[in-house]
Design a protein around this ligand. Structure first.
Ligand code: FEO
Length: 417
C-alpha cells in the first residue's frame, strides 16, 4: 500500500477489511482544548462477510465526502447489513444520518448507554431513529464466516463507548481507546512518523480522567488474541498491538511510590505575596501532622508549574489550597492548578481553602466553589485571615489542619449485627 493510495482510496488492512476513514491534517485543536501538531484522522472501517458488510463508525460530518468515496470503492450500499457505533461523539457519527439514508436496511448496533445519544442525534429532521440493537459484552453478530463480538467499555471517552472484536481476524476496533491525534497517510504504526508523544498526550487528556474505567476495559481486552488494534483516531496498530495494551495498563496503574503508603495524603498548595498565606499554610500543615496516619506535603506554587503536580493530586486524598486575595480574586497560579485538575478524577477527595487578605478576601470562597465544582468534598469552612496572622490566628490554622486530618482518617464505627 503506497502513501498515495492511502490518501485517495480505501485501504485493505486485512483480507476483506478496509479502512474507509478520513484524513484531517490541518486540524490544530480538537474539542477546542486538545492541541495537535499533526492533525488527526477519523478512522472508519468496512468488514465484509459472506452475509453482508458491516460499517464500523463513520467520520466528522465535514469529511463525509471522503468517507463515502472510500466506502463506495469497497461495497454497494445494498450490501450493508450492519452498522456498528463504537462511539457517538460527532467526530465519529457525523456521517451517520446520511449513511442511514443510503443504507436504510442496515441494522445498527450500539451500547446500551448510547441509546439516548442516538435519539438525540437522530431527531426527525435528521432522519429519525433507525432500527437498532443495544448490545453489551458477549453479544455477537454473524457476518457470515466472520463474527463481531462486542465489549462493554464505557467512559472511554463518553458513557456510550464500546469496543468491537472481529474474532476470526483478531482485529479490535476500539473507538477512541488506543487512539491519538496524529495524521499520517501511511496509516500503520510501523510506517508513520514517531507518534509516541501524541499517544501519551491523548491518554493524559482523554482517558486519564476515567482511569478506573480504563482498568475495567483492560480486563476485557488483555485476554484477547490481538493481531491488530484499529482505533478511531491515529495510526492503526498492526505492529505489536499488545505493547499498546501494556502501555495503557502502565498509564492507568498508580505509579508513584509512596513510602508511607498506608497513610492518607494531604497536599497543601499555596501562594503568598507577603508571607502571610505561607504562615497559614505551614501552621495548617503542622496541625495536620499531629494526627497519625496522615502524610502532609506542602508546595509553594510560585516555584513551579502546576502541571507537574497532576500525578500527586491524582493519588492524594485531600487538597488544601491557600491564596491571598488580589483584586477580589484568587491569584492566577491557583486557577492554573485547579484548571489542570480537569484531566484527573478528583471526585470524592477532600478539599479546603484558606488565605490571608487585605480588605475583601473573596479568594477562599471562590476556591471552595471551584473545589465543589470539581466534585471534591469540602467538609470544613475555609479560613480567611486579615493581613498578618497573630499567634491566636495561627492556632486557628493548626486547628483547621488537625480537623481536616481527623476527617481524613475517620473510620466509621463498625456495626455489629
Ligand atoms: Fe473521537 Fe470521543 O471522540
Amino acid at each position: 500500500m503506497s502513501a498515495a493510495a492511502a490518501t485517495k482510496d480505501a485501504v485493505e488492512i486485512a483480507q476483506g477489511v478496509h479502512w474507509i476513514g478520513a484524513l484531517d491534517p490541518d486540524l490544530r485543536s480538537f474539542d477546542i482544548i486538545l492541541r495537535t501538531a499533526n492533525g488527526t484522522t477519523y478512522n472508519a472501517y468496512a468488514v465484509r462477510g459472506k452475509k453482508g458488510v458491516a460499517i464500523i463508525d463513520t467520520v466528522k460530518e465535514s469529511f463525509s465526502g471522503e468517507f463515502f468515496r472510500r466506502l463506495e470503492s469497497v461495497t454497494d450500499y445494498a450490501e450493508i447489513t450492519t452498522i456498528v457505533l463504537n462511539h457517538l461523539e460527532p467526530d465519529h457519527s457525523g456521517a451517520l444520518p446520511e449513511l442511514l439514508r443510503r443504507a436504510p436496511q442496515a441494522r445498527v448496533y450500539l451500547s446500551v448507554r448510547a441509546q439516548m445519544m442516538l435519539k438525540a442525534l437522530l431527531k426527525p429532521a435528521n432522519g429519525g431513529v433507525p432500527e437498532y440493537t443495544p448490545v453489551s459484552t458477549g453479544f455477537e453478530v454473524d457476518l457470515g464466516g466472520r463474527t463481531l463480538h462486542f465489549l462493554h467499555t464505557p467512559y472511554l471517552h463518553w458513557p456510550d463507548t464500546q469496543c468491537t472484536f472481529l474474532k476470526e481476524d483478531g482485529i479490535l476496533f476500539t473507538g477512541d481507546v488506543f487512539g491519538c491525534h496524529f495524521c499520517d497517510e501511511r496509516l500503520y504504526n510501523d510506517r508513520v512518523g514517531d507518534f509516541r508523544f501524541s499517544f501519551e498526550y491523548y491518554y493524559a487528556h482523554i482517558m486519564r480522567p476515567f482511569r478506573s474505567y480504563v482498568l475495567e476495559a483492560l480486563t476485557l481486552i488483555e485476554p484477547l488474541k490481538l493481531s491488530m488494534i484499529a482505533p478511531a483516531h491515529g495510526p492503526i496498530l498492526t505492529h505489536s498491538p499488545q505493547d499498546y495494551v501494556r502501555r495503557y495498563r502502565e498509564l492507568a496503574t498508580p505509579r508513584l511510590y509512596n513510602e508511607a503508603h498506608s497513610d492518607k495524603t494531604l497536599l497543601v498548595f499555596y501562594l503568598s505575596a507577603y508571607g502571610n498565606t505561607r504562615r497559614m499554610a505551614e501552621a495548617l500543615a503542622t496541625g495536620a501532622e499531629n494526627v497519625s496516619g496522615v502524610r502532609v506535603s506542602i508546595y509553594d506554587l510560585e516555584g513551579c508549574e502546576p502541571g507537574i503536580f497532576t500525578d500527586l493530586v491524582e493519588e492524594a486524598d485531600c487538597l488544601a489550597i491557600g491564596s491571598p486575595t488580589i483584586n477580589g480574586d484568587a491569584v492566577k497560579p491557583i486557577w492554573d492548578l485547579l484548571s489542570s485538575l480537569a484531566t484527573v478524577n478528583v471526585s470524592g477527595k477532600l478539599g479546603i481553602a484558606f488565605g490571608s487578605y487585605g480588605w475583601s478576601g473573596e479568594a477562599v470562597s471562590l476556591i471552595e466553589d471551584r473545589l465543589r465544582g470539581l466534585k471534591l468534598r469540602v467538609p470544613l469552612t475555609g479560613l480567611r485571615l486579615k493581613l498578618s496572622p497573630d499567634e491566636a490566628e495561627l492556632a486557628q490554622c493548626r486547628q483547621l489542619g488537625e480537623s481536616l486530618a481527623t476527617h481524613l482518617t475517620y473510620q466509621p464505627p463498625q456495626v455489629l449485627v
